[in-house]
Design a protein around this ligand. Structure first.
Ligand code: ATR
Length: 492
């Protein structure tokens, strides 16, 4: 089992103890170099910390040259570590190039296990496998913390993990992780590389890309339960770490009793991702911006919605004798189902679609399938006209929409598909409305597909006028439900 190790990185021991109380890791790493005024820190409290913490502790004093905050001399550091090794620490982290015989001897004498570590804050070195091998003779455990610069680096990291497992079957002493956004899957899927531990951050410290709290790794990704039999799913995008999809699928797997995990992959290179997907035997994945169109080049089969909309948001590995990947578009069903709940009969309803981007295409396809009478209005008129021609409906600029409504034209449905109004935590005065001129009569149904914020300025205005209003959250959930069915054959 891969353990969850909480990094204790606060400026005081009291705050670090507080962090320990708020989660239940299997072990923790005390970064003494991050303590304020370490050299004059009371030795007694540092020595008694492992007992107070009540779980196995890694003692780490990282130098500035290695990405830490220790700025004293090497001999001062050695003396401090030798002193603290009397204090009941279970492990000590020593850098690859640390060759103090005294530290080594003391570790042996005290039964403290040595974690030989190296950090690369810029890349994943090509000779990673050899580096791990050569460190393996100089420590009880081996740790590599690397900075993947893209998905190809992440692949090298996973490959090195597998090679290690093949060379060291049954050994429980590898720690390998990718930092930053590209590294996230390696932290979650550490058990697939047979890792001894994966690190989690205290609450509030997850702000740095790639850092996840104990709760996230334990509750959401259930890292300690992942095995070689666990089905792998995920989402690809760039950026992707903000998406809510892991919060839909992972609890879904849990509720359905399915041994599977859903992981966010930041993807810069689709070709490299498909190589990784085959290497890890990923069963299926969601696709988000900017890959929804480009992913089609890698599919062996597509459903009708992908073909008409020109975008794919769900990819599933084909089963049985069929080799390759099949693409689906669940944005279409995700869009229409919540609307049908509000208006069961959409046939001949008059709809104005605002926007002519990717999101509009799913909406237009779905509304036309239901028999709506459609007009597409967009800031850039030519985009609206092109789309209107392609889908055989009316179209024009936002100005022409204004002219029509000024002259008394009415619509049953206003479908807002632009990015205007989007954004978490923006002050109200900065939130925008793509059709500020539009005066709701109260009879329209407004469907704004934005889900953050829950209520856009346009939605607020329509509500005030007495309209029926639908936001983007039900669409997100519905498209997720449809994906879940495609992934598992089970309803969420
Ligand atoms: P998506 O795939 O999310 O729809 P997109 O393809 O970039 O993203 O489309 C964004 C949509 O929001 C477009 O319709 C865009 O209008 P343009 O085609 O004129 O760019 C619209 N949009 C973005 N910013 C806008 C703004 N400030 N006012 C009005 N429409 C805007």
């Amino acid at each position: 089992m891969t353990r969850l190790c909480l990094t204790l990185c606060r400026p005081t021991l009291e705050e670090n103890l507080e962090d320990l109380k708020n989660s239940s890791p299997d072990l923790a790493e005390l970064r003494i170099d991050l303590l304020t005024d370490l050299e004059s820190y009371p030795r007694g409290s540092l020595l008694s910390f492992p007992e107070k913490a009540g779980l196995p502790l890694i003692l780490t004093c990282r130098k500035t040259a290695d990405g830490g905050a220790w700025s004293g001399t090497d001999s001062q550091r050695e003396a401090l570590l030798l002193e603290l090794m009397e204090g009941g620490y279970s492990y000590i982290d020593l850098e690859e190039d640390e060759d103090s015989k005294a530290l080594h001897r003391k570790a042996r004498e005290k039964g403290i296990l040595i974690i030989r570590s190296f950090h690369d804050f810029l890349s994943v070195p090509e000779d990673l496998e050899e580096r791990l091998e050569s460190m393996s003779h100089r420590g009880d455990l081996v740790k590599a913390a690397l900075m993947p610069r893209g998905i190809n680096d992440l692949l090298i990291l996973f490959q090195a993990g597998r090679t290690w497992q093949e060379r060291h079957p049954g050994e429980d002493r590898l720690i390998i992780l990718g930092m930053g956004a590209y590294g996230v899957p390696s932290r979650i899927l550490a058990p697939l590389m047979g890792c001894f531990l994966t690190f989690c951050s205290p609450p509030g410290a997850e702000a740095a890309p790639g850092h996840m709290s104990w709760e996230t790794l334990h509750e959401l990704y259930r890292v300690q339960e992942l095995t070689a039999e666990t089905g792998l799913y995920g989402i690809i995008g760039n950026p992707v770490l903000h998406t809510r999809s892991p919060q839909i699928h992972n609890p879904g797997f849990r509720a359905a009793g399915i041994n599977a995990v859903y992981v966010p992959f930041t993807v810069d290179d689709l070709d490299a991702f498909f190589t990784l997907a085959n290497f890890l035997n990923i069963s299926g994945f969601s696709v988000t911006v900017p890959h929804k169109e480009a992913v089609r080049a890698f599919l062996q089969q597509e459903d009708e919605a992908v073909q008409v909309v020109g975008a794919c948001n769900t990819v599933v590995r084909m089963k049985g004798s069929r080799q390759g990947w099949e693409g689906f578009n669940t944005d279409v069903i995700g869009f229409i189902e919540p609307l049908k709940e509000k208006i069961p009969t959409l046939k001949e309803k008059k709809a104005a679609v605002i926007g002519a981007g990717g999101a509009a295409r799913s909406a237009v396809f779905a509304l036309l399938q239901e028999g709506c009478e459609l007009s597409i209005f967009n800031r850039s008129e030519n985009r609206a006209l092109q789309m209107a021609e392609e889908f055989c409906c009316a179209g024009g600029s936002l100005d022409s929409f204004k002219e029509k409504t000024d002259s008394g034209e009415t619509y049953d449905l206003i479908i807002q598909t632009t990015t205007v109004g989007m954004g978490e935590g923006k002050p109200e005065e900065e939130q925008e409305n793509p059709i500020p001129f539009f005066a709701f009569t109260g009879k329209e149904v407004l469907y704004d597909i934005i889900y953050i914020p829950r209520e856009t300025p346009l939605m607020a205005k329509a509500s005030r006028a007495g309209c029926t209003v639908l936001g983007g959250m039900p669409m997100l959930l519905e498209q997720g439900r449809a994906q879940f069915r495609l992934f598992t054959g089970t309803n969420l």
